[in-house]
Write a protein that binds this ligand. Structure first.
Ligand code: ATP
Ligand code: SF4
Ligand code: MG
Length: 322
């Protein structure tokens, strides 16, 4: 498989009155062609900061302080603003969290999708309209409704339009950051199923950011589990479920109800994610980890490959295997 996106040792910090918040530190992962990667972890663990760093949307007081982000071999962190503008539509795009913010209420949805196509590709208006209709059909909306205004659609349909818009210039990689928040449960499931369907159909690479572990395990090929600014475990979904290595991943799985096994006890994780400002060198999970020992409070465990394609950052693994 070919990696479409490679993120290496990415670190993004925020300057705050109390000191430096190390929001994302030394994060590395890749997304292959046609692969769906789930990025999961509790609130405040840095998922959005990773996405915004990839998209070059980090603004003061934040800064990407280290690392590289290669998309089809091009370093996004070094691209000029005009290169980025075109890359953002043609190579990677975002499904917005709130379609209401992404769609302009005074233009028809067709005009908005067409504008995205016409701004970034050399095609006639006629071709852009034909593509707009195809895109609408692709997301389950009658192509003839291109003349409708956003207010004429339900929340779920607006989210579908936003998805169609994100696909306007046939990107290779799509990032969805909690893009079903605010929709009712049934509509959320339909939108997620649509994203999965499009991923398969268009051979898209997708980064799916979510709090919803059961949903992520149901549809993603690979999962990266983030805790307090770091990826603590990265593996195929199969391994995350059946060969879980990191204590945080285990805790997160135990804290999630299993619909196929309603008798399994749900155990919530004690404590909360630490404040990332001036955080000392240590395993950031040590205050909540049932296995913590002296070394965990003084050193940072390395994120290392524990078996083929399966990475984890925990001293236990090292102590057991020497
Ligand atoms: N503008 C900011 N100023 C200061 N610190 C920030 C800022 N934005 C983010 N952070 C820091 O980055 C950390 C990670 O935030 P981020 O929004 O990436 O988390 P998240 O995993 O996306 O959370 P959620 O699941 O709630 O969306 C926060 O805990 C905070 O310390
Ligand atoms: S390094 Fe220590 S504190 Fe961190 S997860 Fe492993 S055992 Fe727990
Ligand atoms: Mg977020």
């Amino acid at each position: 498989m070919t990696a479409v996106l490679t993120v290496e040792n990415l670190s993004t910090f925020f300057k705050t009155e109390k000191g430096i918040a190390r929001a994302v530190e030394n994060v590395s992962f890749s997304v292959e062609e046609g692969e769906m990667l789930g990025l999961i972890g509790e609130s405040g663990c840095g998922k959005t900061t990773v996405a915004q760093s990839i998209l070059r949307l980090i603004e003061f007081p934040g800064k990407v302080v280290a690392g590289s982000v290669h998309l089809n071999g091009r370093d996004l962190l070094k691209a000029s603003d005009s290169e980025l503008d075109s890359l953002r539509w043609k190579d990677l795009s975002v499904i917005p969290q709130n379609a209401m913010n992404a769609l302009n209420p005074v233009y028809t949805i067709g005009d908005q999708i067409m504008e995205a196509i016409l701004l970034h590709e050399r095609v006639s208006k006629r071709e852009a309209l034909a593509r707009t209709k195809t895109l609408l059909e692709l997301v389950g909306i009658d192509g003839d409704r291109w003349k409708s205004y956003p207010h004429e659609f339900s929340g779920g349909m607006k989210q579908r339009v936003a998805i169609a818009m994100s696909l306007a210039c046939s990107p290779k990689l799509v990032i969805s950051d909690e893009s079903t928040t605010g929709l009712d449960v049934l509509t959320q499931a339909q939108v997620i199923a649509l994203i999965k369907n499009l991923q398969r159909k268009m051979d898209l690479s997708v980064i799916l950011i979510s709090h919803d572990l059961p949903m992520v395990t149901a549809i993603c090929d690979k999962i990266a589990i983030m805790y307090a600014g770091k990826i603590v475990e990265l593996a195929s979904t199969e391994d995350i479920l059946n060969d879980t290595r990191h204590p945080y991943s285990k805790a997160l799985l135990q804290a999630t109800p299993d619909l196929s096994d309603p008798d399994r006890e749900v155990i919530s994780i004690p404590g909360s994610v630490p404040n990332l400002v001036n955080i000392p060198q240590c395993c950031r999970f040590h205050t909540r980890c049932a296995f913590a020992f002296d070394r965990c409070r003084k050193e940072t465990p390395e994120f290392r490959e524990v078996k083929n394609g399966h990475f984890s950052a925990c001293f236990l693994e090292e102590e057991e295997n020497g």
